[in-house]
Structure formats: C-alpha cells, structure tokens
Design a protein around this ligand. Structure first.
Ligand SMILES: [Zn+2]
Length: 312
C-alpha cells in the first residue's frame, strides 16, 4: 500500500510521524538509456527520453529505404556514417558521469528519402509519408525540449553529424558564418546583432564570460574539447582559413536553437572520421564531450549539469 501512495504524501506523513519508516529518498526516475524507445506512428523516428537538460538528435544516419517514398532528386543525400553509434556512446558517457541520460532522437529513414535537417519542402519533396516522418522528428525534439524546460530554466540541443572535410577537427555550427568568425572579440562582445543571429543567442545573454568567450574562448565548447585532445573549430587553437569548408549549422539548430525562440541553445556538431570510426574512438570522443559539458554548464549556464530529480 505504501508503494502506491504519492511520494509527497509519504514524505508529509513521515514528517508528521504518522508512518514509522525512514525518510523517503528522492531518487532519479528510472534510467532509460537501455530501455525501449518511443517509436513514432510512421515507425521511422525513435525517441529515448532522458533526465539531463540535453537533447541529442541524429538526422542523417538512417538506413531504411521504404519503396513507397520516392528518392529525393535534389540536395545532399550522403549518410552520416557512425553518427548514431557516436550518439549512443555519448548518451552512455553522459549517463555514467551524471547519473541521467540526455534525450535522444534518431531518424531511421535514409536521407535519400527524407532530410530532417532541411526545411520541409526540400526535405520531403511533398510525399505524405516523408512529411509525416519529418514532422514526427521535429515534434519529438519539441517534446524533449518541453520536458527539459518544465524542470529547468535552460538546456542544450546538440545536432550530431559526420563530415569528411580535409581538416580532421570537429566543426561546431552556431549559425555564425565564416565572416562572423573573423570579427574581433570586441565586436563579438558588443555587437548584439551577431549574437542575435546565432543558435546560442540566449546563452550568449546569460554567460558571464562574454559572447566571444562562449563562441571560441578557452571555455567555449570548442576550447574545452581542444583541451581534452579533440581538435575543434571554433576554438582558441583552430582558425578558419579563407575558402576552407565549414558547416556552420542548418535547419535543425535554426528550428530548435535559441535564435528565434527563447528555448534551448543549439549547436550542430560535425565529427571527423578518426573521432567516430571505432568503438574505442567513439568512447574517447564521448568521454571528452561529457567532461567538457560539465565545465561548460557551470561556466556559462552557471549551474551544475545534473539529472532531474523525481518530485522536483
Ligand atoms: Zn549530416
């Protein structure tokens, strides 16, 4: 009977001396990292809910090729190899370190059929089933975000990809263009229009360190990853030379980052092959991210990265 009693009531009863048991510990909700995911109605999108204020999405590592959806005839259709496996390694590393998992949303359908990181028309070519999968993917990211914002003032959205550029470094996209990255620290810190066009607009307002520090300083995500052995751009060490390829972020971080709405801050992460190709490399990359995010949250959000507690 006690088990069925609401936790708050139990605590009140315990405090009043009406039940003779020890105080009820507030433990985190059941961990879901190895639990079955929620599967969308189309069957193509999977969502593993979490308890950390972090959402990870993987739009481009799907393998399913349903015959009823025609192949896309325009835009990039390359698969992001190992991106899903890296997301799972990252989820495991975060869970081990913080005692709670990030939310994870994965598109299982091939990018040849639908591209969840593009606006609807180009992503789906108007096919109803492709539109449904696209809407489910973004709807589940929204669900994860709302779940976080119900318990936290802020949160971070990471859109995970793979790249094959010559420079084997992580490319972090905040929607800032190469010309923005050439601006001086003083301009980044004082020209609010630059911050306003980034997917970390809200965090840029919150951080005590200034926007330049958040984008490319020692405690930027890139700086913290560099310090842990993963080359990353932007960061104090990595500069973008003229004409070099660089993914600065696309639809996902525009739709779910804080540029347009005061919601989660967003970063597109493009991972080079040597940091994602084997289980050992993925585990090392994931551990560096987990360690970097611990410092990042304390420095910029000014709060410890921690799992939601039941009843909070
Ligand atoms: Zn991609």
């Amino acid at each position: 009977m006690l088990k069925r009693m609401p936790r708050l009531l139990l605590i009140l009863l315990a405090g009043s001396g009406l039940v003779g048991c020890a105080p009820v510990p507030l433990s985190p909700p059941t961990e879901t990292v190895f639990a079955a995911p929620r599967v969308s109605a189309s069957g193509y999108i999977k969502y593993w809910p979490g308890t950390l204020p972090i959402v990870i999405s993987v739009p481009h590592d799907g393998a399913l090729m349903p015959m009823e959806i025609p192949d896309r005839t325009e835009g990039v259709t390359v698969r992001d190899s190992h991106a899903r496996a890296l997301a799972e390694a990252l989820r495991a590393a975060l869970t081990k370190k913080f005692g709670g998992a990030p939310h994870l949303i994965v598109c299982e359908i091939s990018r040849k059929k639908v591209d969840c990181n593009r606006e609807l028309a180009g992503a789906t070519q108007g096919h109803p089933l492709a539109i449904q999968a696209w809407q489910e993917y973004h709807g589940l990211i929204d669900t994860a975000e709302q779940s976080i914002l119900a318990r936290n003032p802020h949160g971070l959205y990471l859109d995970l990809h793979s790249h094959g550029h010559p420079h084997k470094r992580i490319e972090i996209g905040y929607l800032l263009k190469p010309d923005d990255l050439k601006l001086t620290d003083q301009v980044l810190n004082t020209d609010e229009t630059v911050r306003a066009r980034s997917s970390i607009k809200e965090l840029g307002r919150l951080t005590p360190g200034g926007f330049a520090e958040l984008v490319r300083g020692k405690t930027s995500l890139g700086g913290l990853l560099e310090e842990r052995g993963l080359a990353a751009l932007p960061s104090p060490k990595q500069k973008l030379a003229a004409g070099e390829p660089y993914f600065n972020g696309a639809y996902d971080v525009a739709a779910h980052g804080s540029r347009d709405k005061a919601q989660l801050d967003g970063a597109q992460l493009e991972i080079p092959l040597p940091m994602r190709d084997t289980p050992e490399h993925r585990a090392a990359t994931a551990q560096a991210f987990a360690d970097a995010l611990e410092v990042y949250f304390e420095r910029h959000y000014r709060r410890k990265l921690a799992a939601d507690q039941a009843g909070r």
